[in-house]
Design a protein around this ligand. Sequence first.
Ligand code: SF4
Length: 432
Amino acid sequence: MAGQTTPWLQGASGGSRGAYSDGVVHVFWLAGMSCDGCSVSTLGASNPSVEDLVMGGIPALPRVVLHHPMLAENAGRDFVEPFRQAAEGTLGAPYVVVVEGSIPDDQTFERAGHFAALGAGADWPSSLPSSRAADQPLRVTDWIWALAPGAAASVAIGTCATWGGIPAAAGNITGSMGLMDYLGIGYRSARGIPVINLPGCAPVGDNFTEALSQVLQYLEGVAPLPEFDELGRPAWMFEETVHRHCPKAGYYEEGVFAEEPGDSQCLVEIGCWGPVVQCNIVERGAINHMGGCMVAGGACIGCTMPGFPDKYSPFYKSPPGSAISGGVSKIYGGGIRRLRRMSMKTGNREPMWDNADSIPSAWGIARGKRDPLDKASAFFYKKLQYRGSVHHGKRNKKQPLPASRDILRQKGVDLDGSVDVLGERVKPREEV
Ligand code: SF4
């Protein structure tokens, strides 16, 4: 049906009635020089999910009518018609433009030729200039310049659309660029919002759906515009470095480094750029709050940053700055690590075990008796710990051992006797 997207994309419920949208906002998804990874990760989003948005089930948010080239069931002119209506101002509802993939420099191609296309010249609004014949493919770059000024917001998703990404790397013949570069510094949406950038290769899907939800709330007048940084990234997602929230940061601090990808230690010596890269992948996870580069043992290669990939390659080399910071961390962290091990030895003992000089664990590694060095370090540690307060160490020392401690021995149960477990004799502690 002309002018309509598929019924399931339009959603089943009526959505919430907002002051701005009257309950419906269209989202036009345009793909430039793209691998479709942004679409895939967006479909994996869970908080909120794409389904939540298109079904209009989120309170205070309008229902999203998604026009996505890969997800739509309709095709050809049926699919392109709403794009035409939006471009000529007859859509009858507000819309958001989302661009995936970098934007090729194909506006200079006269009459024919393109790097990414959607629709044909016959689909183009007659009110707008076009150099395309009716049967010639329309460039995606045509749709972007025609739709962005009237959009309530324009969102670049993924590093290609934000900063140019891989198609904009040195030597690429497409002349690709990000959406900000294409639209220019003067661009503001119809609601006064500059380009919103959600980088990542591929980006975290939840970053997109959450940011879109927040912007829709702002457009509806139910929340303030969320905070964006100076490059248009949602500040609450991108202001921190990966390193600050990395599960391996403790290893970095103690100067313990991985030798190959997949090792559990810090990956900086095998090429991790995490200390200087702004990204929330380790807090948020890749999909459904699971996974993410460092969590899975992969070094950060800076995929959310402007200039990726060239400014972060070669990926097999460690960042030059890591030689200094990693070296300092090895010296400082090595000392700290040894002191912590000493504290951990003390910390892994109940005061009762100190008094009894034994640990009631049959695991061979749990030593009961402490050597003089352990005792001396525990003595000074407690002195510092309890200084100016109640010395619980001294109080614990006076605590009598419980009368029923080691009850099986007291009752005469022979634990060294032969007991069959799955046909094998249970080994006494000494043998373990
Ligand atoms: Fe930092 Fe990377 Fe090491 Fe994680 S793996 S602690 S991000 S340097």
